[in-house]
Write a protein that binds this ligand. Sequence first.
Ligand code: E4P
Length: 217
Amino acid sequence: MQFFVDTAIADEIRELNDYGLLDGVTTNPSLIAKSGRDFKEVVAEICQIVDGPVSAEVAAMDHAGMMAEARVLAALADNVVVKLPLTLDGLKACRQLRADGIRTNVTLCFSANQALLAAKAGASYISPFLGRLDDIHLDGMALIHDIRVIYDNYGFDTEILAASIRSGNHVKEAALAGADVATIPPAVIRGLASHVLTDKGLDQFVRDWQATGQSIL
Ligand code: E4P
């Protein structure tokens, strides 16, 4: 499973990339606002930090506007993936960008039928939002399972990008469900390495090693 980090904070991306844990990055207008940075400037910087795909979302709602913005975003760097909303205009732009050789991430997906349409439109990635479905007491993970079956039934090459991930359990369940990618907040990525028994075991090893009085170097 590929790991993308879901943030527009360049320093956090740099840190996680240095651990070798990142395959890509996703941003959205809310994350850009949170960064307090100029959109194009921060996307260009992120694209320099990571080699993998960096999703940058259009702001326009209409097809012509999306196409114009998509071309500006795609010109920022070779690894930009244009993020489009799952609307009819977004799907039309997706089809056209595919024909132009520009990769897309169709976002705000909340149903299997929406995911089917995105695959038919030639999306590179579909982003089902698990956490937001869970927030309204629906089963976000069931959506990932459904999309996996549908895409495999027809051999679609659209990658399933599990989004709106809130916990390590979401990451594990998405991996079990066969998501190709998970986009994960930085704190959740760091948390994946933690276990109370790892900390406890390490404390004991440190104490026992010190008691030996030895040194490896
Ligand atoms: C994905 O691309 C989205 O930016 C993100 O995962 C949304 O997560 P949220 O529901 O926590 O805002």
